[in-house]
Write a protein that binds this ligand. Structure first.
Ligand code: HEC
Ligand code: HEC
Length: 352
């Protein structure tokens, strides 16, 4: 009896060790823990990112300068990188202080409504792809995106989504021309406050709507029959099925050129990455995966929750049921062990 108890305690101790120490440690190494900033978009992490890069470049410069045989060409290269990064830092700081200044204003909703036609020139239902993506529907945008983010988006789309390094005047962001259509501080805040005021109530936005509007132009989700060109249907004729597939392949070609790689199907991501990772990744992709090609999306906290709920619905639909059944199994096991123990005691009683 003593021996069995000893073995049991060793097994239990190792299981607990693995569960509470080894697994979280491995997880922490694979996915560094990043805290959410409560979906406040103020650019602090973007500015930090460039600051850290400058610190690192300066270290490289020092190491190269103090080398036995300093390489003049390499030093010049690092110095050029430093001045480029410093320029980028200045631009980012100026941009985010503009966003802060404009955010403090109060928009005129009626004027904003008139200005909003600038947006619907591109954002129309069934819009064609532009530079690789379809402009998403803006019908619910006021309820799903953060106010400061929307202000930043009209001011400079590449900067607010922290992918400015990928674009230039020669290769502008697909929404770039908005800068010239709605450019004064007042016009920007008028449009944004009109969008917020005319948006449907947040409660009416379902997880499906949140996902399709904010992620659906880039990500497929086959477990929900979703593709970047819309929901797959059960077509009657093979021609229609093939035409849909061709449409999808054409779209994916453009998307891949735009993003540098095809965004993954998100059906199973909730299982491999988990709730916290996906939520913080959406909030600030570069913080979790430096150099990632996914732009920041700019949704508010509520919308992020809904998107994650939709990913859960797709990738882990039986989670609640599994937890409930697991509980019953545990209770059964405890009773079973107790009964087995009492029975054994009864059977062996005469021998001991
Ligand atoms: C020249 C066409 C064009 C104009 C004009 C335009 N947009 Fe866009 N918009 C796009 C495209 C294309 C995208 C998708 C970009 C992407 O996914 O990288 C987009 C994306 C968006 C998004 C999603 C942003 C995100 O980060 O996920 C919002 C919100 C938006 N636009 C709002 C507006 C508003 C508000 C206006 C008017 C002030 C406007 N757009 C004007 C083309 C345009
Ligand atoms: C404009 C296109 C675009 C939009 C919109 C977009 N994504 Fe992405 N996403 C990408 C690309 C590109 C990648 C691949 C990034 C990489 O591997 O560097 C990606 C990768 C991901 C990943 C995988 C990250 C990892 O750890 O490998 C997740 C999760 C994700 N996106 C979730 C979302 C969610 C949720 C939304 C909507 C709120 C969304 N994305 C909106 C383009 C987009």
């Amino acid at each position: 009896m003593k021996k069995e108890l000893y073995i049991l305690s060793v097994v239990v101790a190792f299981s607990l060790l693995t569960y509470y120490l080894v697994e979280p440690f491995a997880h922490g190494v694979m996915h560094p823990h990043v805290e959410s900033k409560d979906f406040v978009y103020d650019g602090s992490s973007d500015i930090n990112e460039v600051n850290e890069k400058i610190v690192k470049l300066n270290e490289d410069l020092e190491t190269e300068k103090s080398a036995e045989k300093p390489d003049a060409k390499k030093i010049a290269g690092v110095e050029a990188d430093i001045s480029k990064s410093k320029a980028r830092l200045a631009v980012k700081q100026a941009f985010w202080s503009d966003v802060k200044r404009i955010s403090a204003l109060k928009g005129d909703i009626e004027v904003g409504e008139a200005q909003f036609v600038n947006c619907t020139s591109c954002h129309i239902p069934n819009a064609p792809a532009m530079g690789g993506v379809t402009p998403p529907s803006l019908v619910n945008a006021g309820a799903m995106y953060d106010r400061a983010y929307l202000i930043g988006l009209i001011k400079n789309p590449a900067m607010v989504s922290n992918v400015d390094h990928k674009f230039s005047d020669a290769r502008p962001h697909p929404m770039d021309s908005v800068k010239y259509m709605v450019s004064s501080d007042e016009d920007i805040v008028n449009v944004v406050d009109y969008m917020l005021a005319s948006a449907p109530k947040a409660e009416t936005i379902t997880p499906k709507m949140a996902f399709e509007d904010t992620c659906g132009r880039c990500h497929n989700m086959r477990y929900k029959k979703w593709t970047t060109v819309g929901e797959t249907e059960n077509f009657k004729h093979k021609q229609e099925t093939l035409a849909f597939e061709i449409k999808q392949l054409d779209y994916q070609d453009g998307l891949k050129t735009y993003m540098g790689k095809l965004p993954p199907d998100l059906s199973m991501y909730i299982r491999s990455r988990g709730h916290h990772y996906i939520s913080t990744f959406v909030e600030d992709p570069q913080q979790l995966l430096l150099g990632t090609s996914m732009p920041r999306v700019g949704v508010n906290a509520q919308t992020a929750e809904k998107v994650v709920a939709y990913l859960e619905e797709a990738g882990d639909p039986t989670k609640a049921e599994r937890n409930r059944v697991g509980m019953y199994v545990m209770i059964y096991m405890i009773f079973f062990i107790l009964a087995a123990y009492l029975w054994k005691k009864q059977v062996w009683k005469d021998l001991h």
